[in-house]
Design a protein around this ligand. Structure first.
Ligand SMILES: [Zn+2]
Ligand SMILES: [Zn+2]
Ligand SMILES: [Zn+2]
Length: 103
């Protein structure tokens, strides 16, 4: 197997919504390096989420600070994917639906 330190994965958009044409990020480095806001705060996170409009890395809703959702509220960027290794799903906030066929 190739060394995967610099690997990027394509995002599973097999069930696209109307917001998909507006995204600019189509490949994501996994695992993501960390929640940008938590790193500044010295806080911790559970899972990482990546914004497909600007590449912002935030933490999931199981994390104490929920920075991915905070980024969506502040920016109105609609779609996130996972920053976790082995996960390629995407989720649209305004549509409240996953854009991937798998679990
Ligand atoms: Zn959508
Ligand atoms: Zn965070
Ligand atoms: Zn964004």
């Amino acid at each position: 197997m190739a060394h995967r330190d610099d690997a990027t994965d394509s995002i599973d958009l097999s069930v696209p919504c109307d917001h998909v044409p507006g995204i600019s990020v189509h490949r994501v480095r996994r695992p993501a390096r960390g929640c940008e806001a938590c790193l500044k705060l010295g806080s911790q996170w559970v899972h990482l989420r990546v914004c497909l409009s600007c590449g912002h890395v935030g933490c999931c809703d199981d994390s104490p600070n929920r920075h991915a959702t905070a980024h969506n509220r502040a920016s109105a960027h609609p779609i996130i994917t996972s920053g976790e290794l082995g996960e390629t799903w995407a989720y649209c906030y305004p549509d409240d639906q996953f854009l991937s066929s798998g679990p």
